[in-house]
Structure formats: structure tokens, C-alpha cells
Design a protein around this ligand. Structure first.
Ligand code: UD1
Length: 338
């Protein structure tokens, strides 16, 4: 298939692009590089030993998208592009709504114009309402606590409505739990700009000595050790989920939401201990106050992914810790060489 990947230079996008190329698909990456490094593209070429078309374009630019769709005979779209920092979205709601929603509308308009009917969308478990019982399945009540989350939920709604109006479309909404890990080669991985917000990059940068210590946000939650429990999923398993979803979208029409998680919950301290033991490093930490907006426990019921896509997570905690560390220590400054 010929697949257009928006945000293909990002963390999950880049891992997915390599798998798509390895599986023999042709890809066209559209990324404005606002939160990705151009070096990623070289590494995708290096690891896959394949070439692809790249456009440095913001998907909000309909005219540019129209041209790209006109030039390539595209079979389907995997849509990652969007702003993704929760805290920043609270401070800059209009930027988030404008970029994420306008970008998706422009993309859908170009798809409609060029009769491209398949989309895999990068959604998030953040669309589930706080207070749901765990494990959470796709029918659980939805609702968000920050603009980033709302953009994901609003885009899900937009895509559902596009499918109602165009029943020959096929849309898969992939709701990721907590993506971690990196490509086994250590050549691509997560490269957050500035101080990381998410746990795993914070742990690896602390182990490296780039950050002094980890702040554990709360140890008085109702969990086995008092720290927050999440469903961490290896980015390579997530990437495979997109390939399986793309294959599903060829054979089906309609819109479906699918959780991509392992179904296992680990606490912050479980993760710190595992990272230290598996990689033989120290991760100094202190207990700090709870982070506003955090909940005690989130993990997936991933049975729909298995039933519909034949997908399940294969990587374990050891793989997540090893691969994250391998990437971090061989790229101490991420993609910036200095
Ligand atoms: C966060 C976002 C979520 C987003 C997801 C993407 C919030 C409230 N939620 O999920 O919308 O889809 O990232 O990956 O930001 N922790 C620490 N110290 C740290 C960082 C995190 O103790 O320095 C703890 C948190 O309290 C939490 C766990 O580690 O219990 C995981 O945190 P994080 O990696 O930020 O992910 P989520 O909050 O689950």
C-alpha cells in the first residue's frame, strides 16, 4: 500500500514508518518538524534500507496537502501529527485546538477530495473519563481534563461523523496507553524537547545524570505501593498495532476505537526498580506532591485489539527498560549531536 504518514518524524511515527517500509509499503511522510529532528529521516532510511518521499509541511496548509495527495496515489493515511504536551495545552489552549483540529480538518478535506477513505488515528487513553473502573474498555464513558485530551476526543468525534456521512470510509481510532521504549538498534527513540514531562524519559535522563533526581508525584494513592499505576507499552508493539490496523482498514468500513495497551499495570516505583535492576544503573528519586490531574490507576482491557486486529503486546518490562536505556545512553542529547 501507499501510505501517507502525518507526523512520521515523531516518536511513535518514526517507529511505525520503519515497520511499514520493512513490510514493503511505500510511505510519504508529512511533518512540519516543529517537534521532530530532520536527522530522524536519515535514521529511518538507515534502519529500513529504503527511501521515501518527505514533505516539510504543516497539515493545516490545505493547498500543500492537496498538492501532495494529487501527486501520490495514496491508499490510506496514518495520522500522528499534533501537539502533545498536556501542561502546555493548559497554558496555550487556542494553539492546541487550532493546530490539532484544523490540521485534521484540512487532512480530511484533502482525503475527501482525492477519494482516500482509510485513516488510522493516533488517539490516547486520555479520552477516558476519570473514575472509570479498570481495566478500561472502549465502551467506557469518555471525557477529558485538559485541552490536549479534548483535541483527541474532538478529533475522534469528527472522524466518527465523517464516517457517518461517508459509509465507505474506514477509520481506526487507536487509543494508546503509556508508550515507552525505543527501536532495538538504539538509533531512534523518544527525544522530548526540554525537561521531560513523562515518566520514562525522565527516568532515563536521571540515570544518565542529565537530571539530578526523579520526583515521584505522590505515594499516597490507593495502589500497592502508593505510587501511580499505568499501562506501559513498548513503542515497537504500538508500531505493529498500526500495521495491523492498516490491514484491518482494507477489509472493513466504519469507525472503531481500539485500545493499545498490555493490560498490565506497573507503579512508578515498580518502573524505577525495574530500570535500575535491568540496566544496572542508579535512579535517585524523592517523593513529591501529587501532580494535579493525575489519577491512581489506569490500565487497558486490550481484548478488542486481539479480537479485531489479532494484535497483542509482545514486549515485556525488560525490553522497555533495556531499549529505552540503550537509546538514551547512545544518544545522550537525543538527535542533537552537540
Ligand atoms: C500523560 C498524560 C496523558 C498523555 C500521556 C502520553 C498527564 C496528566 N497525562 O499520561 O494525557 O496521553 O502522558 O504519554 O500528563 N510521574 C512521576 N514523576 C515524573 C513523571 C511522571 O512520578 O516526573 C508519574 C505520574 O504521576 C504517573 C506516572 O508517572 O503516575 C506516569 O506519568 P506520565 O508518563 O506523565 O504519563 P500519564 O500521566 O499517565
Amino acid at each position: 500500500m501507499k501510505i501517507l504518514v502525518t507526523g512520521g518524524a515523531g516518536y511513535i511515527g518514526s517507529h511505525t514508518c520503519i515497520k511499514l517500509l520493512e513490510e514493503g509499503h511505500e510511505i510519504i511522510i508529512v511533518d512540519d518538524l516543529s517537534n521532530a529532528n530532520i536527522e530522524v529521516l536519515e535514521r529511518i532510511r538507515e534502519l529500513s534500507q529504503k527511501d521515501f518521499a518527505f514533505y516539510q509541511v504543516n497539515i493545516c496548509d490545505f493547498e500543500a496537502m492537496d498538492k501532495i495527495f494529487g501527486k501520490h496515489d495514496i491508499d490510506g493515511v496514518i495520522h500522528f501529527a499534533g501537539f502533545k504536551a498536556v501542561g502546555e495545552s493548559v497554558a496555550k489552549p487556542l494553539e492546541y485546538y487550532s493546530n490539532n483540529i484544523t490540521g485534521t480538518l484540512s487532512l480530511c478535506k484533502a482525503m475527501l477530495k482525492h477519494d482516500v477513505r482509510r485513516m488510522i488515528f493516533s488517539s490516547s487513553a486520555t479520552v477516558y473519563k476519570v473514575g472509570n473502573t479498570m481495566p478500561v474498555d472502549e465502551e467506557a464513558p469518555l471525557g477529558c481534563t485538559n485541552p490536549y485530551g479534548w483535541t483527541k476526543l474532538m478529533i475522534e468525534q469528527i472522524l466518527n461523523d465523517v464516517v457517518v456521512a461517508n459509509p465507505d470510509w474506514s477509520v481506526v481510532l487507536l487509543r494508546y496507553f503509556n508508550p515507552v521504549g525505543a527501536h532495538e538498534s538504539g538509533r531512534i527513540g523518544e527525544d522530548p524537547s526540554g525537561i521531560p514531562n513523562n515518566l520514562f524519559p525522565y527516568i532515563s535522563q536521571t540515570a544518565l545524570g542529565r537530571l539530578e533526581k526523579l520526583y515521584v508525584f505522590g505515594n499516597d494513592y490507593d495502589t500497592h505501593d502508593g505510587t501511580g499505576v499505568r499501562d506501559y507499552i513498548h513503542v515497537q508493539d504500538l508500531a505493529q498495532g498500526h500495521i495491523d490496523a492498516a490491514n484491518y482498514a482494507i477489509k472493513h468500513t466504519g469507525a472503531v476505537a481500539i485500545n493499545l495497551g498490555t493490560g498490565n499495570g506497573y507503579s512508578v516505583l515498580d518502573m524505577v526498580k525495574a530500570f535500575e535492576e535491568i540496566n544496572q544503573v542508579k535512579v535517585p528519586y524523592v517523593i513529591d506532591a501529587r501532580r494535579p490531574g493525575d489519577v491512581a490507576t489506569v490500565y487497558a482491557n486490550a481484548s478488542r485489539a486481539k479480537k479485531l486486529l489479532g494484535w497483542e503486546a509482545k514486549k515485556n518490562l525488560r525490553d522497555m527498560c533495556q531499549d529505552s536505556w540503550n537509546w538514551q545512553k547512545s544518544n545522550p542529547n537525543g538527535y542533537n549531536k552537540v
